[in-house]
Design a binder for this molecule. Structure first.
Ligand code: NAD
Ligand code: 6OD
Length: 512
């Protein structure tokens, strides 16, 4: 049985949703932020609390004309005082933005929890701190970044100095998903601003609140009008599509589903914009019998269930060396049972709802499919029952399957829920081959006490990021991204700077 939170009173839960309400108890209207002003769109849509299905805010959907205005404002800002700021001045501004997030930590925390339904302890530990850390990191990275230079000597005696200068791309369109809304938005806004660009961001329609708060922080921090713009709305036929197809946008950086990435590639093709894509994953964890068992089971429980499995890096495929298989399945089962599926505002909650009814329908369809494909259900596979407001929310049970063939759709396709399939293996080569048998290529993890084996296996995984004896341990200077269906390009550290800027090589002849 999955434990549900003992706090069945909804009082604590409502504290988060109330953060988005106005004093007169009508729901708040989250507006677009264009050229330094908050503006309404032509239509509104509802922002729904995934914990109980209630409407917590209305959101103003940006019109095509408003997206045009945001892009024009961004273009104009490039030519103004923003375009003349030195790197140290931009870095100082990024630190002020981080200060502003930290000063309003509680507002960001409550907004993120209300929008996503994630446990408050998780948002307080990861989402909001990373929102500020992203700005601090890229403030420091841009100041420390060097550029290439070469003294050139040709065979006929000419000497020259070649050196590169970094320039902003211009207007960058930023489109982000709902699973880590503030973290993933600031992960792109911070380096884009550090490099001197102006941005138009389109947060997920499911989680618009922290982007709206970030606009307030930008205003207070003194970011010039037009440098940071927010347009709310959906993808096709709405702000997302208007932005990606816009001829005035110089580059698109996107995090989301692989299918959406493909649609955006088609939209940007006519204007040949550079893209950076962080897409889906079907990540594998490889557990060797010589691992530190307790550390590994705890690590894998996190890798499978954190954020209700809604992290692109989550492990949905766990391969365990055969002699450890039964013990591992039993212990991970116990860990799943110990999760506290509850109200997001309850400090004891480890596992919140999924983001939406649609997403829950998708995850439940995979739970059904797994059974049809022949899975053994070790735990979960359905919806928890609470007998309170949470029954109107979008919860599913943390779930473990075994017994599927490698060809099963549930082993091949990203589910994006609190679920994994565990399969045994006998040799290193078999584990590597199974882990690599996917069209995705985002992340993997290897769990072993034999560090030589850890290095060897890690190098053979066809992914952008491999963790050994850990998971989601981040250093923001490292390359981050995926291959195959998992994305195009790398961000993080110098890789972000290289995406968000144009390098201009200058060649100066030194000899007569
Ligand atoms: P999604 O692709 O449905 O939506 C992401 C964003 O794209 C939203 O803002 C949405 O409105 C917008 N969008 C949708 N269609 C569009 C279109 N045609 N044109 C322009 N914009 C469009 O993704 P999601 O459901 O919000 O997020 C979950 C997915 O994101 C999962 O697949 C997950 O693996 C992936 N993800 C990847 C990473 C990574 O770093 N690789 C990080 C987080 C999430
Ligand atoms: O930690 C990060 O920088 C990052 N981009 C994480 C992505 C998580 C995906 O859901």
């Amino acid at each position: 049985m999955i434990l549900v939170s003992s706090n069945s009173s909804s009082a604590a839960h409502y504290v988060a949703a109330e953060a988005l309400r106005t004093a007169d108890d009508s729901v708040k209207l989250l507006q677009n932020y264009i050229n330094g002003h908050f503006v309404r769109g032509a239509r509104e849509f509802a922002d729904v609390n995934p914990a109980d299905g209630s409407v917590i805010a209305q959101v103003s959907e940006a019109t095509r004309e408003q997206v045009d205005e945001a892009v024009a404002a961004a273009r104009q800002a490039l030519a103004g005082e923003w375009g003349r700021l030195t790197v140290p001045a931009r870095a100082a501004l990024l630190h002020r933005i981080a200060d502003g997030i930290e000063a309003r930590f509680q507002d960001f925390l409550l907004a993120e929890v209300a929008d996503t339904g994630k446990p408050i302890s998780l948002a307080a530990r990861i989402d909001v701190p990373r929102g500020a850390a992203n700005f601090r990191a890229f403030a420091d990275i841009i100041k420390a970044a060097g550029l290439e230079s070469f003294r050139t000597e040709t065979p006929d005696g000419v000497v020259a100095l070649n050196y590169a200068v970094r320039k902003p791309l211009g207007v960058v369109g930023i489109i982000t998903p709902w699973n880590l809304p503030l973290l993933l938005l600031t992960w792109k806004v911070a380096p884009a601003l550090a490099c001197g660009n102006c941005v138009v961001v389109k947060p997920s329609e499911e989680t618009p609140a922290t982007a709206a708060l970030l606009a307030e922080v930008m205003q207070t921090a003194g970011v010039p009008a037009g440098v940071f713009n927010v347009v709310h709305g959906f993808g096709p036929g709405s702000a997302g599509e208007f932005l990606t197809a816009h001829p005035g946008v110089d580059a698109i950086t996107f995090t989301g589903e692989s299918r959406t990435g493909a649609a955006i590639l088609r939209a940007v093709a006519p204007t040949v914009k550079p893209v950076s894509f962080e897409l889906g994953g079907k990540n594998a964890a490889i557990v060797f019998a010589d691992c530190d068992f307790d550390e590994t089971v705890n690590g894998i429980a996190d890798a499978v269930f954190l954020n209700t499995g809604q992290v692109c890096l989550c492990a949905e495929r766990v391969y365990v060396e055969r002699q450890l298989f039964d013990r591992f399945v039993t212990t991970l089962h116990q860990k799943a049972q110990a999760l506290r599926v509850g109200w997001p505002m309850d400090q004891a909650t480890t596992t919140g709802p999924l983001i939406s009814k649609d997403h829950r329908d998708k995850v439940l369809a995979y739970y059904q499919l797994a059974r049809a494909e022949g899975a053994t259900v070790i735990t979960g596979g359905g919806i928890p029952k609470f007998d309170d407001g949470r029954d109107g929310g979008f919860y599913v049970q943390p779930t473990i399957f075994t017994g599927l063939p490698e060809s099963a759709r549930c082993v091949k396709e990203e589910i994006f829920g609190p679920v994994c399939h565990i399969a045994p293996f006998d040799t290193d080569e078999e584990a590597i081959a199974k882990a690599n048998s996917t069209q995705y290529g985002l992340a993997g993890s290897v769990w072993t006490s034999n560090l030589k084996r850890g290095h060897r296996v890690a190098e053979k995984l066809r992914v952008g990021i491999t963790w050994v004896n850990c998971w989601f341990l981040r250093d923001l200077r490292t390359p981050f991204g995926g291959m195959g269906l998992s994305g195009i390009g790398r961000e993080g550290g110098i890789h972000s700077l290289n995406f968000y800027s144009e390098l201009n090589n200058i060649c100066v002849k030194l000899s007569d």
